[in-house]
Design a protein around this ligand. Structure first.
Ligand code: HEC
Length: 132
């Protein structure tokens, strides 16, 4: 088994981020940047739910490995499926983003959230606002 997968289990990430990285108490882990992942793990979450992991909890080398692996994950790897309504609005969010249309982005992000609710899927809790 890949060492990163062992680390993901051993360090307890799976408990909050799901055994398929699909999210649970913590957000889905797919489509994230490796540097951001490392920062998030070292810092812990602002809401205090995720503890900070220092170098004793996970070494730099192991965190590198884990972050590289997690950053390679796609939505497909998580088994999370989005309804067509959500996908449609997220595509519009993406178009608005490309066009630099901030108001349009917010409108469609809100619609995507509404289409997803209830219940809001875990990936909507992500701190970053980047659509997939
Ligand atoms: C006790 C629960 C818990 C554990 C254990 C935990 N996390 Fe988290 N994690 C969270 C929560 C909750 C958030 C979201 C906080 C927020 O929205 O500000 C989060 C946020 C993150 C983020 C930022 C996600 C984003 O979209 O910005 C990353 C990356 C992350 N966790 C990775 C990990 C890794 C890797 C591990 C294991 C080393 C881990 N987490 C262990 C609960 C946990």
């Amino acid at each position: 088994m890949e060492k990163a997968v062992v680390l993901y289990t051993q360090k307890g990430c799976f408990a909050c981020h799901g055994s398929n990285y699909e999210g649970n108490q913590g957000p889905i882990l797919a489509g994230l940047d490796a540097e951001n992942i490392k920062q998030a793990v070292r810092a812990g979450s602002e809401d205090g739910v995720m503890p900070p992991f220092d170098e004793e909890a996970i070494s730099d080398a192991d965190l590198d490995l884990l972050a590289t692996f997690l950053s390679s994950l796609t939505l497909e790897d998580t088994g999370v499926e989005l309804s067509s309504a959500i996908v449609e609005h997220l595509e519009k969010v993406w178009d608005a983003l490309q066009a630099g249309d901030k108001a349009g982005m917010e409108t469609h992000l809100k619609k995507a959230q509404e289409a997803a609710a209830p219940p809001a899927p875990p990936w909507m809790n992500a701190r970053h606002n980047e659509p997939f």
